[in-house]
Design a protein around this ligand. Structure first.
Ligand code: NZQ
Ligand code: ZN
Length: 386
């Protein structure tokens, strides 16, 4: 196990009616900026429930809505402007990873003396941020209690992450019933993203991280059990609760403890999102089995053996090669069962930018650790995904 530091500062309020904790959480603040997406929270009544709490808390509330999936730096600039004009002292995100990531970017940008995009190009420039809180409406990213923010700059065709514990929200409100209204494809994309987060941490060159690996396997098994239930029963509270908790565990930092992580597939997907505005979880479901095929050579079969036996319950009597191939096949079949696309061509993507996107990944040194990919590997993963 390698050394680690862990900061889990976000207070979590989990369960039906958890929004009742909002008033006490906001007690220290006066002027709140509420950040929302393209309207789902208003359509399905979540916004009204939150506004009721906010009005009883007697806060001055300003709003910015319309943050879109793969949030744009332009919505961040708009939020920073309001914060400066109105002297906002707290930012409350109500939505999914896109809304929460935009809220974090606004929080960082308000106190940064320069263009907030600088922080995404060079994370060491982030030294402070306004405080944030998150009310989650889709189980996927874990952004509600981690220090990450991923923002798209359409002008430069870049989608880049910023990672810093300063960005961890003060609190997260996780009410599984808020996710009942998700369209099936968003539920499935969320499950794919959760599993992808675990894969990025599970498939590691660190061989002696027993506990972290077993926690990863339990999180994957939770997704494998409850994802298909949600496809049939979107209002199954227990299934929504298990998936929501899995999404938090998958990327709150705990699964990373003691090991080196990979993250190449996320970066391969972020390139696709930057060029094509592709949904994050859909991209990952297409890419991940192909990344697995590309890296599952003799020297890495040991990990796929664990994956096959402990996650997919495949028989120990199979050879290591058979176990690896069968576990990758099971992963693809699982995503197919959630009705997720399995090819880039299904989502309108061709090979036009494969070389450029691969070069970007190598140049930024975001080419993984389980196997350190070269440019040809990345292009091959794109090609296998076509
Ligand atoms: O915009 P609205 O109207 O809210 O609709 C959203 C959006 O269309 C809809 N939705 C959300 N909650 C709903 C709902 N529809 C009905 N009922 C509800 N309760 O779902 C759509 C997707 O929302 P989005 O916030 O984009 O989803 P997600 O949470 O998957 O976030 C994806 C973004 O997060 C980034 C991704 O790259 C992507 O930009 N990530 C952030 C990470 C982090 N901060 O740690 C890590 C991830 O790996 C990821 O990169
Ligand atoms: Zn992700």
């Amino acid at each position: 196990m390698i050394n680690f530091s862990l900061n889990l500062k976000t207070r979590i309020h989990f369960g039906r009616g958890a929004v009742s904790n909002l008033k006490s959480e906001l007690q220290p603040y006066k002027k709140i900026l509420l950040v929302t997406g393209s309207g789902s929270v208003k359509k399905y009544g979540i916004y009204d429930a939150v506004m009721t709490e906010l009005s009883s808390a007697d806060k001055e509330v300003f709003e910015i809505s319309g943050v879109k999936p793969n949030p744009s730096i332009d919505s961040v600039y708009a939020g920073i402007k309001i914060c400066k004009e109105k002297n906002i002292d707290f930012i409350l995100a109500l939505g999914g990873g896109s809304v929460i990531d935009a809220a974090k970017a606004i929080a960082a940008g308000v106190v940064y003396d320069g263009d907030v995009w600088d922080l995404y190009l060079d994370g060491s420039k982030l030294i402070d941020a306004l405080k944030t809180g998150a009310i989650l409406t889709i189980a996927a990213t874990g952004s509600e209690s981690n220090g990450n923010s991923v923002i798209t700059n359409e002008k430069t065709t870049e989608k880049l992450p910023l990672r810093n514990n300063i960005l961890r929200p003060e609190f997260a409100i996780l009410d599984p019933s808020y996710t009942f209204t998700l369209p099936p494809i968003q539920t499935a994309a969320g499950v794919s993203d959760i599993m992808a987060h675990v894969f990025e941490q599970y498939f590691s060159p660190t061989k002696d991280a027993f506990l972290a690996d077993r926690l990863c396997e339990a999180t994957l098994k939770t997704c494998i059990k409850y994802g298909p239930i949600l496809m049939k029963e979107p209002e199954n509270y227990e299934a929504r609760a298990e998936i929501m908790w899995a999404s938090n565990i998958a990327l709150n930092g705990i699964l990373t403890c003691g090991k080196i992580t990979d993250w190449a597939t996320h970066m391969i997907d972020h390139e696709l999102s930057a060029y094509y505005d592709l949904n994050h979880g859909i991209g990952l479901a297409i890419l991940f089995p192909n990344w697995m095929n590309q890296v599952a050579d003799e020297s890495r079969l040991w990990k796929f053996k664990d994956f096959a036996i402990n996650v997919w319950d495949l028989p120990v009597s199979m050879s290591d090669r058979e176990l690896a191939d069968a576990s990758i096949q099971k992963t693809r079949e699982y995503f197919n069962g959630l009705n997720l696309p399995s090819k880039l061509s299904e989502v309108g993507i061709d090979d036009k930018y494969f070389e450029i996107m691969a070069e970007n990944i190598i140049r930024r040194k975001t080419n993984g650790n389980f196997k350190i990919l070269d440019k040809e590997d990345v292009v091959e993963i794109y090609r296998l995904s076509l």
